[in-house]
Design a protein around this ligand. Structure first.
Ligand code: ZN
Length: 150
C-alpha cells in the first residue's frame, strides 16, 4: 500500500520511528508549529491521514510523555537523548499522531521549507476536529502505558 518507508528514531536509539507513506519525500508538506514547545525543538512536523506512523520503544524506560496546553495530547520525548519524536492523541480505540520529520535518517530528502502555523486560538473542539481530519494513524510497539488523555 505505502510506496515509501522511512526509518529513524531518537538520537540514542531508545525510540524507533517508521513512517509509511504513499508520496515521495520531496512531495510532502512540512508544518512549523509556532507554539513554544515546537519552536524550542525547532520541530519539523509531519502528518498525513494517508500515511502511517509506527513507534517502537526499544528501551521503554526511556520513553517520556509530556503534556501541556489543552492537555488533549502528549508529546513523546526520549528521556536519555532528549529528542522530540512525535505527538500522540487518542481517537476512540485508535491513536492519531504527528511526527518530527527530523527524526528520520533521510530527513534531508524532505525538502519542503515548512509552513508556519499557529493554533493558539483554537478551542478544544476545533483542535480535535482538525486533528481527526489531518493527523495520521499510529501504532505503538513495546510501549509503556500512555498517560490518561481525554
Ligand atoms: Zn534517545
Amino acid at each position: 500500500m505505502s510506496a515509501y518507508r522511512h526509518e529513524g528514531g531518537c538520537h540514542c536509539g531508545a525510540i524507533g520511528v517508521l513512517l509509511e507513506t504513499p508520496r515521495a519525500p520531496d512531495h510532502q508538506v512540512i508544518g512549523l508549529c509556532q507554539c513554544g514547545f515546537c519552536r524550542s525543538h525547532n520541530a519539523r512536523a509531519f502528518r498525513d491521514p494517508a500515511s502511517h506512523l509506527t513507534l517502537t520503544a526499544h528501551e521503554p524506560e526511556q520513553v517520556r510523555h509530556y503534556s501541556f496546553g489543552l492537555g488533549v495530547s502528549t508529546q513523546v520525548i526520549c528521556g536519555r537523548c532528549g529528542v522530540y519524536v512525535a505527538m500522540l492523541m487518542r481517537d476512540g480505540a485508535g491513536l492519531l499522531s504527528v511526527m518530527n520529520i527530523s527524526t528520520l535518517a533521510d530527513r534531508s530528502a524532505f525538502t519542503h521549507p515548512g509552513n508556519p502555523s499557529d493554533y493558539d486560538a483554537e478551542t478544544v473542539a476545533e483542535r480535535l476536529a482538525r486533528r481527526r481530519a489531518g493527523w495520521m494513524p499510529a501504532r505503538l510497539i513495546d510501549w509503556p502505558e500512555l498517560p490518561i488523555l481525554p
